[in-house]
Design a protein around this ligand. Structure first.
Ligand code: PLP
Length: 372
C-alpha cells in the first residue's frame, strides 16, 4: 500500500518508536515523583523532549506545555486566554478555514456572549492583512488564525498579522499543526505571535500527544490564564495530569528528527509534488483541476478534482493500492467547509480528493499513478 494521507496522520518513525519503548516498559517512573532514580530518569527524559520541541520552533523550553495534541492545545488557548482577557473586551477573530477544534470553540464562545468575526478566506485559501486590519476593533482581545491549511496547504500571512496584533494588544494564536516540520519556524523572531498548537502524529510522532507554545511573557499576568484541566499543577499549573512520558519522549524524538531533516524534507516534498503533478497532468489532462494553492503553500499537499468522478467511489477504488482521502480525516463524512470557503460547489467538492505526501517515499513509488 502506498500511504498518501500524511496530513491525516503519519506513521511513527522507527527511531521515535525505539526512543519510546523503554518508557512503555522498564522506565515507568512518574516525573513528578522524587528521590529515586526511576522518577529522575523520567524527569530528565521530559526535559530533553521539551528542549527538542523548543529547538524545532526556535523558542524557550519553558514556553512548551505538553498536551494531548492540537485539539486540546486549540481548546486550551482559545478558552483560557479569552477567559483571562474578557474584562478587556469581548471581540474575537478567526477564519472560515480553521480546523473544527478552532471553529467550534469560537462558536461556543459566541454562544456564551463573545462577539465573533469569522474572516472569509479568498480563492487561494488565505485571509489578507487588510481583511484582518479592518476586522480589528478596540474591543478585540484575541485572534486565532491558522498558519497552514490541512486540505489545500494555503499559508496565512502570520508574520504581518502578528505585527498588527502587537499594535493593538491582541493575543494572537495560530494552529500550526500542518506546518511543523514542513516550514522553518522561528518564534523567537515573531514576538506578536503568543501561542501555537502542535500535534506529534502529523510529523512522524505518536498520536495523543502534542504541545502548546505559550510565550513566556504571558505566564504571570493577572488574572492568570484559565487552565482547561485543573488538578495536580503539572506544566506550571496550566495543564494538570501525570505526564505521558512515553508519548512526550516520542514527540521530542520526532522534533529532533524534524529539526535535523527539515530542509531536506521540504526539498523532497516539493520534488515529489512536482513529479506527481506531472504524472497526473500527462495522464488526466483537462479532466482534472487543482484546488490547492498554486504558490506559497505547504509542500506535499495536493488537492485535486477529478471532473465527473465521485470522490468516495474513487478513494474506495484506490484503497487497495493507494491510501488517499476525500478531505480532512475528522470531517470526511461532511462536505469540506474549506473547499466551500474557496468557492467550490457541492458538486465539485464531491469530485475532489486530497493526496498528502511523505518525504520518506521515492519518486518511483509515485509511478503507480501511471498504471491507474
Ligand atoms: N488542526 C489542524 C490544522 C489539523 O489538521 C488537525 C488534525 O487533523 C488538528 C488541528 C487536530 O489535531 P489532533 O487530532 O491531533 O488533536
Amino acid at each position: 500500500l502506498l500511504y498518501l494521507d500524511n496530513s491525516a496522520t503519519t506513521p511513527i518513525h522507527p527511531e521515535v518508536k525505539d526512543a519510546m519503548l523503554p518508557f512503555l516498559l522498564e522506565e515507568f517512573g512518574n516525573p513528578s515523583s522524587k528521590y529515586y532514580d526511576l522518577a529522575a530518569y523520567a524527569k530528565d527524559a521530559v526535559k530533553i523532549a521539551r528542549q527538542n520541541v523548543a529547538k524545532l520552533i526556535d523558542c524557550r523550553p519553558d514556553e512548551i506545555i505538553f498536551t494531548s495534541g492540537s485539539t486540546e492545545s486549540n481548546n486550551f488557548i482559545i478558552k483560557g486566554i479569552t477567559d483571562q482577557r474578557k474584562n478587556k473586551g469581548k471581540h474575537i477573530i478567526t477564519t472560515n478555514i480553521e480546523h473544527p477544534s478552532v471553529l467550534e470553540v469560537c462558536k461556543y464562545l459566541e454562544s456564551i456572549g463573545f462577539n465573533l468575526t469569522v474572516l472569509e478566506a479568498n480563492q487561494n485559501g488565505v485571509i489578507t492583512i487588510e481583511q484582518f486590519s479592518n476586522a480589528v476593533t478596540p474591543e478585540t482581545i484575541f485572534a486565532s488564525i491558522q498558519w497552514g491549511n490541512n486540505e489545500i496547504g494555503s499559508l496565512n500571512p502570520i508574520i504581518e498579522i502578528s505585527k498588527i496584533c502587537i499594535e493593538h494588544d491582541i493575543f494572537l494564536h495560530s494552529d500550526a499543526t500542518q506546518v511543523i516540520g514542513k516550514r522553518l519556524i522561528s518564534l523567537d523572531n515573531l514576538p506578536g505571535l503568543s501561542a501555537i498548537s502542535i500535534s506529534a502524529h502529523k510529523f512522524f510522532g505518536p498520536k495523543g500527544v502534542g504541545a502548546t507554545f505559550l510565550r513566556k511573557d504571558q505566564y504571570n499576568l493577572f488574572p492568570p490564564i484559565t487552565p482547561l484541566l485543573h488538578g495536580g499543577g503539572q506544566e506550571e499549573g496550566l495543564r494538570s495530569g501525570t505526564l505521558a512520558v512515553h508519548n512526550i519522549v516520542g514527540l521530542g524524538k520526532a522534533s529532533e528528527i524534524a529539526s535535523q531533516r527539515q530542509n531536506k524534507n521540504i526539498k523532497k516534498l516539493n520534488e515529489l509534488e512536482q513529479h506527481l503533478i506531472e504524472i497526473l497532468n500527462s495522464k488526466f489532462g483537462t479532466n482534472i483541476k487543482y484546488n490547492h494553492s498554486s504558490e506559497n503553500k505547504i509542500p506535499g499537499i495536493i488537492n485535486v478534482q477529478f471532473i465527473g468522478i465521485n470522490n468516495e467511489i474513487l478513494v474506495k477504488k484506490l484503497a487497495p493500492v493507494i491510501a488517499v482521502s476525500t478531505g480532512s480525516a475528522c470531517s470526511s463524512s461532511k462536505p469540506s467547509h474549506v473547499l466551500a470557503a474557496i468557492g467550490l460547489s457541492l458538486n465539485e467538492i464531491r469530485q475532489t480528493i486530497r493526496i498528502s505526501l511523505s518525504p520518506y517515499i521515492e519518486k518511483e513509488d509515485l509511478n503507480i499513478f501511471n498504471n491507474l
